[in-house]
Ligand binder design. Structure first.
Ligand code: C5P
Length: 254
């Protein structure tokens, strides 16, 4: 295994207001974290590091083991199609049991400190690290593979991104200061992938908080490329996002 994916799932979910840390809120009978893991286990094999709130480490481990075991079963029986929108294709087959790929670790107060906690647990032989938001629960496995493959091809940082749909304005308080050319913009998603040495060094040296790993790595002087993301890789943040995810999963399972 030469790839690791750090899934950050230690956020509080304050904006979702569902009474539990966001990754542990149900989409259907399964929580956000489980749906995210279903996509991750259908992608190429990698060490899977789940970064969870301290009080949810046991819960995170059992969710990850269940996802790993179901992915093993699906890989063994291609007729068994998973009821999630990101599972159009057959799962990749790995020789070892997927639960052996799972590491669970406690997160920190910020997303950046949660990623750092995950990075500290990456196995020695790994040379490529993907960072992924659990909250992007319906991210198709193809997007995960696309990011990893592009990092391998180029050696640069790579993020999943999609074109901006809305018209964007630069504002100055309540005044519209300027129109912004949409063709120069993209919406950043995850996964975001990097050479392991580049990401480790950038994290060791970071002295401020960045909103994503691409910004942190770019600040350290590295090129970051984009590949096509997916509308399904939206981040579940608000109650409306959760409703959208529930609708998508319900329709996919019919
Ligand atoms: O809050 P937001 O949805 O932007 O967070 C993005 C991802 O980072 C989520 O999957 C969340 O669980 C994770 N996160 C974390 N630790 C924090 C804050 C956020 O793992 N302290």
């Amino acid at each position: 295994i030469d790839t690791a994916i750090v899934i950050v799932a230690a956020g509080s979910g304050a904006r979702l207001g569902a009474g539990a840390p966001k990754a542990f809120v149900g989409i259907d009978e399964s929580p956000i974290l489980r749906h995210c893991l279903d996509g991750v286990f259908a992608a190429a094999p990698a060490q899977v590091i789940v970064v969870a709130p301290e009080e949810y480490l046991g819960e995170a481990l059992s969710i990850a083991h269940a996802a790993a075991d179901d992915a093993d079963r699906r890989a063994a029986d291609p007729r068994d199609v998973a009821p999630s929108p990101q599972h159009a294709g057959p799962a990749a087959v790995v020789s070892e049991q997927r639960r052996d790929l799972v590491t669970v670790v406690a997160g920190g107060a910020t997303r950046q400190s949660s990623v750092a906690a995950g990075l500290a647990r990456v196995w020695p032989d790994v040379d490529l690290v993907l960072v992924h938001d659990a909250a992007r629960a319906l991210t198709p496995p193809e997007v995960i593979d696309r990011v990893a493959e592009r990092v391998r091809e180029t050696g640069h940082g790579v993020i999943a991104a999609v074109d901006v749909i809305d018209t964007i304005k630069r504002v100055d308080g309540s005044r519209i200061a300027a129109a912004v050319d949409r063709s120069e913009l993209a919406t950043a998603q995850t996964p975001q992938g990097f050479r392991r040495d580049v990401l480790d060094t950038a994290y060791e040296r970071a002295t401020e908080e960045f909103t994503d790993d691409a910004a942190l790595v770019a600040d350290a002087g590295h090129d970051v490329l984009r590949v096509e993301g997916s509308a399904l890789a939206f981040k579940i943040t608000t109650a409306a996002d959760l409703t959208r995810a529930r609708d998508l999963v319900r329709r996919a399972s019919r």
